[in-house]
Ligand binder design. Structure first.
Ligand SMILES: Nc1ncnc2c1ncn2[C@@H]1O[C@H](COP(=O)(O)OP(=O)(O)OP(=O)(O)O)[C@@H](O)[C@H]1O
Length: 254
């Protein structure tokens, strides 16, 4: 198991303070503060339109916040450009909602995309691809094109691509998208091993607050771009009894 929630762990590998994001004149994220220690898991949950994808994109360095500070692995994202940003991105893998596979490329070529600028031989790249494929039970699919795959397999190929550079942080937007319960359980087992053995930190987003099951994790509840709660699943259970807005957010009625 990865470090238990609340344990005194290493320095946070991911820290946000006072983060705001405007989208088309609307305040879509307001005053977000989060801190995740190495090897821990954070689930960001909340109803449709709460701002989960916007937050995931900020963590992946795909968008810049309108205001506030984002620190990943001790480095402030806002000051980073060019090669420094590229290096940081290598340490942060992302699985985005809605899919992002190249439809005209094979599974293998999709997996190798993040390695295209690395000074690696083709055989070293193929070895790295085989490792992640085996890890995620994708063996035998390397020459398929994405449209030949089930939605679940596509998600796992996206996960494999995110893991191929052995990132220190994985940001997974829309965790349950395309995955049935057995696939989800198996994937959680793989991620749990990576957290235990390599200190992988996970930030997952999902509309469902219970999606990470019994794996130790913290939960952040977003609604209308504001963080209503951060804590453990047990603390969330207690808080929802007395907090009307939190109950509405979890029910998707806010
Ligand atoms: N490109 C965009 N143009 C206009 N508004 C946007 C854009 N992207 C996001 N928004 C708005 O920002 C808010 C947050 O959107 P976001 O996609 O982050 O929510 P979410 O919590 O991920 O929702 P879902 O669970 O449906 O994926 C929503 O009101 C959304 O309409």
């Amino acid at each position: 198991m990865q470090a238990t929630p609340g344990a005194i762990a290493d320095e946070p590998v991911l820290e946000l303070s006072g983060v705001y994001q405007h989208v088309k004149g609307q305040m879509a994220l307001s005053d977000i503060a989060l801190s995740v220690p190495r090897g821990e898991w954070l689930l960001v949950t909340g109803p449709n339109g709460a701002g989960k994808t916007l937050l995931a994109r900020l963590l992946l360095g795909l968008d810049r916040p309108s205001a506030g500070r984002i620190q990943l692995l001790g480095r402030a994202l806002d000051g980073l450009e060019g090669d420094a940003l590229k290096r940081l991105r290598a340490d942060v893998g992302g699985v985005l909602q809605g899919g992002s596979l190249l439809e005209s490329a094979t599974v293998l070529d999709n997996l190798l995309l993040p390695l295209r600028d690395e000074p690696l031989s083709r055989s070293a790249m193929a070895r790295a691809a085989r490792l992640v494929m085996t890890l995620l039970n994708l063996d035998g699919l390397e020459n398929q094109v994405p449209r030949a795959l089930s939605l679940g397999q596509r998600r796992l190929v996206e996960l494999a691509r995110a893991l191929i550079r052995e990132p220190k942080i994985l940001v997974w937007d829309g965790f349950s998208e395309g995955l049935d319960l057995p696939a989800m359980r198996e994937t959680l087992g793989v991620l749990s091993n990576l957290s235990r053995n390599r200190g992988l930190t996970l930030v997952a987003t999902d509309n469902r607050p219970d999606i990470l099951g019994d794996e130790p994790h913290r939960i952040a509840v977003l609604a209308r771009g504001r963080l209503l709660f951060t804590g453990t699943a047990d603390e969330l259970e207690d808080a929802r009894d007395t907090n009307l807005a939190l109950r509405a957010a979890l029910a998707g009625t806010i």
